[in-house]
Design a protein around this ligand. Structure first.
Ligand code: ATP
Length: 217
């Protein structure tokens, strides 16, 4: 990752959205790889208030997910967490975040924005709010884990056109799998397991102190 902004050229800012319920090593691995591959100057992790596509999901309170992110990102000067979607509340549409983010984090409006997303999001991407405007503003970074089905770009091309489909394809990033998910972490905690692989110890301490996910102190 490049620590110094290049004079004259816009800074490259990565936006990494998700539930982060809780943050784990898979998220950190994705951020590191995306930052290195696309030369990002900064990565902002943005926990969603409410995923528009998972209206029934009730994640841990936003303040907890944000606090755990901040613990996990400590020691990485180019990484930070933003409460922009938590503060806005309601369904967290990415285009709304993209429009507000540069000012909220003290970057120039013309900064280069990179949107980190899992390949599992591709099929529904045309249904995202103002998907065309979104893809015109950001360069997506699409994370494929080994074993992911290769992307079906045709529906996207049909709805958004060749140029935007090519832009999406230019952001493909294939990563070896990191076998951890928030779902598994929550399940292990609820079973009372003491060792939970893939979760930073500071985050585990926080979870236990606040008895999140059914964990015991
Ligand atoms: P859940 O299990 O609750 O669905 P998650 O960790 O898969 O949680 P998010 O917190 O929303 O989900 O993840 C944000 C993004 O990080 C998603 O785009 C997801 O594809 C990606 N991601 C999550 N875990 C991994 C992993 N182990 N390796 C690579 N990418 C991951």
């Amino acid at each position: 990752m490049e620590a110094e902004p290049r004079p004259g050229s816009p800074r490259r800012i990565g936006l990494f959205g998700g539930s982060f319920d809780p943050v784990h090593a898979g998220h950190l691995h994705v951020a590191r790889a995306a930052g290195e591959r696309f030369g990002l100057d900064r990565i902002v992790f943005v926990p969603a208030a409410q995923s528009p596509f998972k209206p029934d999901q009730r994640p841990a309170a936003g303040e907890h997910r944000l606090a755990m992110l901040r613990l996990a990102l400590a020691g990485e000067p180019e990484w930070s967490a933003s409460a922009i979607e938590l503060d806005r509340g309601g369904p967290s549409w990415t285009i709304d975040t993209v429009r507000a983010l540069p000012k909220a984090i003290g970057e120039r409006e013309d900064c280069a924005l990179y949107l980190v997303l899992g390949s599992d999001n591709l099929p529904a991407l045309p249904q995202w709010k103002e998907s065309r405007a979104l893809l015109e503003r950001v360069q997506p970074i699409v994370i494929f884990r080994d074993g992911d089905a290769s992307a079906q770009l045709e529906p996207l091309r049909a709805m958004l056109g060749d140029a935007l489909a090519k832009k999406v394809e230019a952001g493909y990033l294939r990563l070896p799998p990191v076998a951890v998910s928030s779902t598994e972490v929550r399940a292990a905690l609820a079973r009372g397991e003491r060792e939970v692989a893939g979760v930073p110890s500071s985050v585990l301490d926080y979870i236990r102190a606040h008895r999140l996910y059914g964990a015991r102190a």
